[in-house]
Design a protein around this ligand. Structure first.
Ligand code: SAH
Length: 406
């Protein structure tokens, strides 16, 4: 049996989380989550974020986990080796190893920006760290990760070439963990107000302090390259454009016209800046609700040769899936109707609760209602710096279809 230590020296009671009978099976398959219903008892009164020894009902030690008393995911495994010690060195090594796995991506000379740590997918549940040049922007979304803030900050600051570590822990998911938002500088100098992500021939302004997520959608890197391949000569409609990354690429690749639609004025202001930074005419910017704008375009019988449809996460949970499915259907129906004969639609869902299979069915329903013959000519996924462990398929959230319509 492992040597049971407390995260604090003040108490001598061991911190042990004992599972209900049978609930060790998912852990034996190396799935890192322990749900509240799987917990038989917790000894030693751990505080939020404390490291607890996880034990099966028959008394076998299974490893160490971060305790989240307010979350339905009551604990997340740090390690499946009960003999390992979860301490500063452990967390530092996990962060460094994860960053090292991105070395080949960042070393290919095509980009200076990548996700260095992707939470459970990289063995650091609750930590997302995105690198933009010399700046790392991190998000701590669980109380387990939150309790290692200083160690994580040091580990990220110690990575070669990193001069600034900034925290953007203002994601809604922190509520579920009983955590308040935290935003601010953790290490080094303030991030440059004109921080850029360099990718292929392009430069994108990263709105670190006010933008979505950590400021830029790194997860659409493969999609940006897909857009670059097909944009030439097309009339492009970029719906849910955010800061216009797809629009910049389409314009740079010789699109005939580009229209970007987003409900966020500040995001569109950055899109304008991105046009300037890349020396292209960003085209028409439409601030408004995408559903309303698309209906307006349909009513005016507008036609486009390339429509990009990248909505925000419409389903946060399985329970929201029904409503979200209707919204995805409506959006895709409108998008298909706007396609000129032979036009291309790239359409995404970033809702983890929606599988590729279901998404494809929803889009098929939309094509049917639009009375158009639509073919899948490609699929898009989250890129290599957002990996999906075989033992943790929940890490997969982003899926896209490349479609052509007759
Ligand atoms: N395609 C973008 C990322 C899109 S993120 C990129 O590659 O960078 C989703 C975007 O949808 C956000 O910019 C958000 O402001 C916008 N959005 C959310 N709800 C909207 C709505 N109802 N109508 C229009 N835009 C919306």
């Amino acid at each position: 049996m492992a040597d049971v230590r407390r995260a604090t020296a003040s108490s001598t009671q061991p911190l042990v989380l004992t599972l209900q009978p049978g609930r060790e099976r998912s852990l034996q398959r190396r799935h890192p989550w322990i749900f509240s219903g799987g917990v038989a008892r917790v000894e030693g009164a751990p505080r939020p974020g404390d490291t607890v020894l996880v034990r099966s009902a028959d008394g076998t030690d299974l490893g160490w986990a971060a305790y989240s008393p307010e979350s339905q995911i009551r604990a997340r495994m740090w390690t499946f080796d009960p003999d390992e010690t979860v301490d500063d060195d452990f967390v530092t090594a996990r962060v460094a190893a994860s960053a090292a796995r991105r070395a080949s991506l960042l070393g290919d000379g095509r980009t200076d920006s990548a996700r260095l740590v992707f939470s459970e997918a990289d063995g650091v549940p609750g930590l997302v760290a995105d690198r933009y040049g010399d700046t790392v922007v991190c998000q701590l979304t669980t109380v387990g990760a939150d309790s290692w803030r200083e160690v994580v900050a040091d580990a990220l600051a110690a990575l070669p070439g990193v001069t600034c570590v900034y925290e953007r822990s203002d994601a809604d998911v922190r509520d579920r963990e009983g955590l308040d938002a935290r935003v601010g500088l953790l290490r080094g100098h303030q991030p440059s107000p004109e921080l850029l992500a360099h990718e292929d021939a392009h430069r994108f302004a990263v709105d670190v302090t006010g933008g979505h997520k950590t400021g830029f959608y790194l997860d659409q890197r493969d999609a940006r390259r897909a857009v670059a391949q097909v944009a030439e000569g097309r009339r492009v409609l970029n719906v849910f454009s955010y800061t216009g990354a797809f629009s910049v690429i389409a314009a740079a690749r010789g699109a005939r016209s580009v229209t970007s639609v987003d409900s966020s004025g500040p995001a569109l202001a950055v899109a304008t800046r991105n046009g300037e930074l890349n020396g292209v005419d960003i085209g028409e910017l439409v601030e408004g609700d995408a559903f309303t704008v698309l209906r307006g375009l349909r009513d005016r019988a507008k036609q486009y040769d390339l429509v990009l449809l990248d909505p925000p996460k419409l389903a946060n949970t399985e329970r929201q899936l029904d409503k979200a499915t209707r919204a995805y259907k409506d959006l895709n129906l409108l998008a298909v109707k706007l396609l000129a004969p032979g036009g291309t639609l790239m359409t995404w869902s970033c809702s983890g609760a929606m599988s590729m299979d279901l998404f494809q069915k929803v889009v098929a329903g939309a094509a049917l209602d639009a009375k158009r013959e639509v073919r899948i000519v490609g699929r898009l996924h989250q890129p290599a710096d957002h990996p999906v462990p075989l033992a943790f398929p929940e890490a997969e959230y982003l899926k896209g279809l490349i479609l052509t319509a007759e």
